[in-house]
Design a protein around this ligand. Structure first.
Ligand code: 5RP
Length: 218
């Protein structure tokens, strides 16, 4: 099994949780793209749902599949969001934002009654240790980069900007012993608009390993 086959298997299993009439949050990335395709298959088979998206890329993909996408700024609550992760630990704490969409992803996740993280088995880790994606207001670039370095997470700016035209960077803290403490420190930096630590948002994971699906619920 390739990791893409497992991503697809996890996406299809999670899309099976979507009920008629739901407002569905659609994540960003290659695993979430499989979920969009699987949802489109169910819609073509007669399922009626509406959707909101976490990025311009997912909006274009969902619309290309003929899904009805509502503007999120009109939506106070989402029934179920399905999204990928970059790393996830046994307590369902994750790092997201490899695709730079973590600010919108976290807002949609927070608005969701339920969030399912989908992944292939390579995303499962005992301890989060990947560099944390951050979104930075351009005005605050040098200040935020200095604060991150002071906190022990020197950051490398990406060449691309976010959907909000802000800067994106990856802050390398190494193994994260206390994700909650680090998340609080990051959230307290003025000009740091969002970060990829998702500590409470994920209600369940659906992970595929060599085609076998494993669910874990909080
Ligand atoms: C985008 C994300 C993605 O969900 C995460 O990077 C996983 O991507 P992929 O499914 O392509 O491995 O957080 O901002």
């Amino acid at each position: 099994m390739t990791s893409d086959t497992d991503k697809r298997a996890a996406a299809i299993a999670a899309v099976g949780e979507i009920q008629p009439g739901m407002l569905v949050g659609l994540g960003t990335g290659s695993t979430a793209a499989h979920a969009v395709a699987a949802l489109a298959d169910r819609v073509r088979a007669g399922l009626r749902i509406t959707a909101v998206v976490t990025s311009k890329a997912t909006e274009a993909l969902a619309q290309s599949h003929g899904l009805t996408v509502l503007p999120f700024d009109d939506v106070p609550q989402v029934d179920l969001t399905i999204d990928g992760v970059d790393q996830i630990d046994p307590a369902l704490r994750a790092i997201k934002g490899g695709g730079g969409a973590m600010l919108r992803e976290k807002i949609v996740a927070a608005a969701s009654t339920r969030m399912i993280a989908i992944a292939d088995g390579s995303k499962r880790v005992a301890q989060l240790d990947r560099a944390i994606p951050v979104e930075i207001l351009p005005f605050a670039r040098a200040f935020v980069l200095r604060r991150l370095a002071d906190l022990g997470g020197p950051a490398v700016l990406r060449a691309t900007r976010s959907d909000q035209h802000n800067l994106l960077a990856d802050a390398a803290f190494g193994p994260i012993a206390d994700p909650a403490a680090l998340a609080a420190e990051l959230s307290a930096i003025p000009g740091l608009l969002g970060h990829g630590l998702f500590l409470d948002e994920i209600d369940a994971t659906c992970i595929a390993d060599d085609g076998g699906i494993v669910w874990q619920k909080r």
